[in-house]
Design a protein around this ligand. Structure first.
Ligand code: PRP
Ligand code: URA
Length: 210
């Protein structure tokens, strides 16, 4: 697998992912687990954030400790399902700002349709982490990244729970600069563009709609 694609196969994530996938898992547990997995994934997604030396004083003595440089972060969920990953991320990066991109997949064409975009004003200065549990054909992620680049974003990472190989390929081809983080790459897409085995419709499972 290429260096821009990271599969985060930590046992805790894989365990929680199995419960998330299970069709008998209801919305409450689905939401809680998705949020927990997002927090665990965030740990890996931020692995290369830079540190700087800071002088502090412990109760014992002075020391030079490490803290994050003033790098600014924006978390950008793709609505609706991406919202389910925001809380977990904010637990680890509480100072992050949150932008929103509204896209839905037309069920006939499977092409994404944009209906909302609100981003932090200084998006071009921020490290952007897009969240969406599902990377299926990749159409939504590709369009979200294009939109963010049009608004000036330069440093973009994409964080998804499950992807199909097709989605990874599409993002790699259209946006080779974007790093992709996923918890699992599944087998394929079915005729309706759903990930197999996947978890079904992520938005519906989070919000209890159908
Ligand atoms: C789902 C999912 C992604 C998209 C993935 O959203 O959350 O955004 O489909 O499919 P793609 O890779 O083929 O574009 P959906 O369009 O169902 O909207 P929702 O989150 O509002 O339910
Ligand atoms: N969107 C979903 O919510 N699930 C899929 O499997 C594909 C797209």
């Amino acid at each position: 697998m290429d260096e821009k694609v990271t599969v985060i196969s930590h046992p805790l994530i894989q365990h929680k992912l199995a419960i998330i996938r299970d069709k008998n898992t209801g919305s409450k547990d689905f939401r809680e687990l998705l949020s927990e997995v997002a927090m665990l994934m965030c740990y890996e997604v931020t692995r290369n954030f830079q540190l700087e030396d800071v002088e502090i004083e412990t109760p014992i003595c002075k020391m030079t400790a490490k803290m994050l440089t003033g790098k600014k972060v924006a978390i950008v969920p793709i609505l609706r399902a991406g919202l389910g990953m925001v809380d977990g991320m904010l637990k680890l990066i509480p100072a992050a700002k949150v932008g929103h991109i509204g896209l839905y997949r037309d069920p006939e064409t499977l092409k994404p349709v944009e209906y909302y975009c609100k981003l932090p004003l200084d998006i071009e200065e921020r490290e952007v982490i897009i969240t969406d549990p599902m990377l299926a054909t990749g159409g939504s992620a590709v369009d979200a990244i294009t939109l963010l680049k049009e608004k000036g974003a330069k440093n973009i990472k994409l964080m998804c729970l499950i992807s199909a190989p097709e989605g990874i390929k599409a993002v790699r081809e259209m946006h080779p600069d974007v790093e992709i983080f996923v918890a699992h790459i599944d087998e394929k897409l079915n005729d309706h563009g759903y990930i197999v085995p996947g978890l079904g419709d992520a938005g519906d499972r989070i919000f209890g709609t159908k």
